[in-house]
Design a protein. Structure first.
Length: 398
């Protein structure tokens, strides 16, 4: 809706586009409460936004400048309705979402601000959700979004899909979709353990990138493969009662073999060329997990080796923690604890509950119940959702 409205109003009127989207949702809350939810809620919302846009254009076309390339067509009643109708057609909507994604990646903005814009404008994330994904403060994210929207509003038009500048902006788009998927898979939602709709949306937008000639890159296929492997395990992340399940607790018979096969096919496509990204390595790690029928049959040596490579390509505290957990699986809990203690920028994980949770699990495996309980209790104080709290409380009881 935002992408279609921005096509009509012009990027300088982004705030107006967002207001119309909010109006459509407010209208839905009023009408649906009385009449019930319509058979196709998305179509209802799009129609409401389209009608509201046409009303605004009719009322303000003499007082406001809209999209430069559409201004002449919006000036007359005869053509305005047709232009608005076209802007909300399915083919145009898909193209405008691509344009909006790449418009958010203005080179004037740092990549974190570009990603925050995509997550906020196109994916509906609030500043708090983005801050949780970044392990950052909400105030800092709010400033990024505000500055990004100012830069975007200064643009005369949205990004041209025929522009040669695709490559420079594509990495930020990949990162935003990766964070969108991650938020659905193991995010910080206070209410939902798993948010499958966010995972589905990230996969849909990634598929959109695969369809465009300029964005069918090895990295795009690698991101898509990574999502497919993780999505295959989505159902097993919670048990029948909705409780969070660790990897070694999951029922692997519920893993989606069709999505795993799709991931392998996408990973094969990603290997064509000489580009190696973090997504390639992470997808390869996920592929090894999906290939094992039990936790004990997992090729942990291969996984540690790939984490070593990932630390060379894109070192981070979270990657180092995951590497340490893999070392513990391969070499025992003592070696895993040593690897965690050796993480250079470990302070970045102070607000991340799974640092203490990992240490608690490794101490439990060593038979050190008191130490394990202390770490799990520290993790519990940092838990971001009810599901995480219940999971850690269960560990403490054990």
């Amino acid at each position: 809706m935002t992408a279609s409205l921005t096509r009509l109003f012009g990027v300088q009127n982004l705030a107006l586009a967002e207001d119309v989207v909010q109006d459509a949702f407010c209208r839905a809350l009023e009408v649906w409460r009385v009449r019930g939810v319509p058979p196709n809620p998305s179509a209802w919302l799009m129609t409401t936004a389209r009608n509201r846009a046409l009303d605004l254009i009719r009322r303000e076309r003499t007082a406001r400048t809209f999209a430069p390339e559409l201004t002449r067509l919006l000036e007359t009643e005869w053509t305005a309705a047709a232009v608005v109708e076209e802007a909300f057609s399915s083919d145009v909507v898909l193209g405008e979402q691509l344009r909006m994604m790449f418009s958010c990646c203005d080179p004037e903005l740092a990549e974190p601000a570009q990603i925050a814009l995509i997550l906020n404008i196109l994916c509906g994330f609030g500043a708090g959700e983005i801050a949780a994904a970044y392990l950052s403060g909400t105030a800092a994210i709010e400033k990024r979004i505000a500055r990004g929207k100012k830069v975007l509003a200064r643009s005369s038009t949205l990004f041209d899909l025929s522009d040669a500048d695709f490559a420079a902006r594509l990495s930020a788009v990949h990162r935003a979709l990766y964070l969108l998927f991650s938020e659905g898979y193991h995010g910080a939602s206070a209410h939902d353990t798993v948010r499958a709709e966010l995972c589905d949306e990230a996969m849909r937008l990634a598929a959109l990138l695969r369809e465009h000639p300029a964005t069918r890159t090895p990295a795009t296929f690698a991101v898509s493969a990574l999502m497919s492997f993780h999505a295959a395990r989505l159902q097993s992340r919670v048990d029948a009662s909705g409780e969070l399940q660790a990897l070694w607790e999951q029922d692997r018979s519920t893993w989606n073999r069709e999505l795993i096969a799709q991931g392998e096919l996408l990973l094969d496509h990603a290997a064509r060329g000489d580009e190696l990204t973090t997504y390639h390595i992470e997808a390869a790690i996920a592929s090894v997990h999906c290939a094992a029928s039990t936790i004990g049959e997992t090729n942990w040596n291969a996984i540690v080796t790939m984490y070593d490579q990932l630390m060379l390509v894109a070192p981070s505290a979270v990657v180092a923690l995951n590497r340490a957990i893999a070392i513990a699986q391969r070499d025992g809990p003592e070696r895993g604890i040593e690897a965690i203690e050796a993480i250079e920028d470990r302070e970045r994980l102070e607000a991340y509950p799974f640092l203490n949770a990992a240490l608690g699990e490794l101490e439990r495996r060593r038979g050190h119940a008191a130490e394990a309980r202390r770490y799990f209790t520290a993790a519990l104080a940092l838990a971001r959702s009810d599901a995480e709290r219940r999971y850690l409380e269960k560990r403490i009881r054990e």
